[in-house]
Design a protein around this ligand. Structure first.
Ligand code: APR
Length: 235
């Protein structure tokens, strides 16, 4: 598996979740203001969730996730980028699935070919449209992440890359989306049989910062592996 990497100086700040309170006071200091960086959440051995800035269409993880619509039509945002880079084979398979099964409900996910993309599969997850937060949006968003992970694990894949589902055209506030995404991914990864590596690929630094803060601030697990968060700064 090969994923885009930049030359990086690894100035790791290893943060045990037990040190959460101390850390929360220093979050602004710990997140580089002007540089890109990568956050790794080690949730087991060798299971990791990695947050980094990038373009998901370039990722050669076994699957990349598309922030799709229920009709599985090529749209704008990350969906448009995936269809453009992957070519018409993705839309053709989407049309076939749509005509066989009908629309994909919000919170569900389906897998197709990745066409010309470096990934093997595209998993199309339909996120919630933000309607103020009291229409079950968090549950639907969590389901998107969990169903995508389940679909990839059933395909016996080892790695998967997610965008920040629903935070663009669908209007989900980024901070709130991060607080749904991170624990959903950690829990799904801990129970997965095949998946070991999850990338969360954030398109801009503000979104990376929001996801990084949510990662750093996750509460200590009640039992099981005490996960560690580390930050690698790029020069
Ligand atoms: N790589 C990674 N992230 C990207 C990329 C990319 N190439 N392009 C955009 N993004 C980011 C956006 O900046 C945003 O943070 O993906 C996140 C999700 O934004 P949208 O693509 O707008 O997805 P969403 O909010 O879920 O809206 C879905 O938009 O394109 C349509 O068909 C899609 O109707 C559906 C709706």
């Amino acid at each position: 598996m090969r994923c885009p990497r930049r030359n990086q100086q690894f100035l790791a700040i290893v943060i045990l979740t037990e040190a959460k309170d101390l850390l929360l006071a220093n979050i602004q200091m710990d997140l580089p203001r002007d540089k890109d960086y990568e956050v790794t959440i080690r949730v087991g051995d060798p299971d990791e969730v990695r947050l980094e800035r990038g373009d998901i269409t370039k990722y050669s993880s076994d699957a990349i996730v598309n922030a799709a619509n229920s009709e599985l039509l090529p749209g704008g945002g990350v969906c448009g980028a995936i269809h453009r880079a992957g070519g018409p084979a993705i839309a053709e398979e989407c049309r076939r699935i749509r005509s066989e099964r009908g629309p994909v409900p919000p919170g569900q996910a389906v897998a197709t070919t990745a066409g010309r993309l470096p990934a093997k599969y595209v998993i199309h997850a339909v996120g919630p449209i933000w309607q103020g937060g009291d229409r079950g949006e968090a549950g639907v968003l969590s389901s998107c992440y969990r169903e995508s992970m389940r679909t990839a694990d059933e395909l016996e894949l080892h790695s998967i890359a997610f965008p920040a589902i629903s935070t663009g055209i669908f209007g989900y506030p980024v901070e709130q989306a991060a607080w749904v995404a991170i624990p959903s991914l950690i829990e799904s990864l801990q129970s997965a049989k095949h998946l070991v590596l999850v990338f969360v690929v954030l398109f801009d630094k503000a979104t990376l910062d929001a996801f990084a803060k949510a990662a750093i601030s996750q509460p200590k697990p009640a039992s099981g592996h005490p996960y560690k968060v580390s930050i690698a700064h790029y020069d």
